[in-house]
Design a protein around this ligand. Sequence first.
Ligand SMILES: O=C(O)CCC(=O)C(=O)O
Length: 342
Amino acid sequence: MTKTGCIRHLWKQLKHADKDEYYRLEKELVTVAFDGSNARTKDGIAAVHPRSYENAEDAYPSRIKPVAEFISRKDPVVYSKWTQESPIAREQSDFYEKNGYLFLEDFFTDEEVDVWRKELKRLQEAGRHSNKDEVIREPESREVRSVFAVHRDNPVFRKLSEHSKLLGIVRYLLGSDVYVHQSRINFKPGFNGKEFYWHSDFETWHVEDGMPRMRALSCSIALEDNSYFNGPLMIVPGSHRTFVTCVGETPEDHYRSSLRRQEYGVPDQTSLTELVRQGGIEAPVGKAGSILLFDCNLMHGSSSNISPMPRSNVFLVYNSTENRIVDPFSGQKPRPDYIAAR
Ligand SMILES: O=C(O)CCC(=O)C(=O)O
């Protein structure tokens, strides 16, 4: 049997092994992979998964091992050196670097927000009667949860995604030219807008879309006032410095269910507890027109909205043009273009 064949065979056995058997097979696997030297790598057994073994470029292997791990970030957070000409203050840049997010109140004017809110309401109404893939419904109703690819399909939101004031900051943080990897509106209607469970976007974009490195960020633009009561985004400050591997292989066409309710690619409770012990939880809230910029690996989520007030936000995800996506690291077929632009 070839070395790769042998690794694949051992790996299959490992998947069904109990704890004792697991450690025996793990040892054997490492020995085979490293030609009998029994060497250990920094990423341990994940480095000998056939996927990682054949693709040495997988810097953040996830959904491979039966237990979760913390991997230290291997990439910068702010990719530019701050100067007087930078589009944000030095304190803001340092804050983003340390905490993984930056909240800017009154970033857009009321007039701008009015135009976008009108368009958002129109899309929500149109979505109720649409069968397009881009329209995602709530897990237990036909209520519109999200509309994807608004920067691609809608001229009003395309213009928003190209807003020069916003792009200036994004280019500074990512240190290069950028493009929109994904966009969506999350509606969170009053009374029955449902939660988004804790996750790192990068974990999903890496495993399911093939985003190689942490050089992307999201901008959440509030088009309704975000308060503590209408299910605002919650973030774990500082969590962007740790990649939490997830457990469980990705089912085929996972996106069809995950966009309604995510079950794979979410961190385990022990890891979350530790991240929150270290960094706490914040919910940056403010009126419509404020924006939250957050790093692709920042742990975040939000609760349901049982208040009468809707919480509708546009999410624009920018990726560096030097970090274009490759084949998904899961080895599965890529998600469609409306979820991950190629
Ligand atoms: O809209 C929210 O509250 C969370 C959004 C989010 O995390 C996502 O769409 O991945």
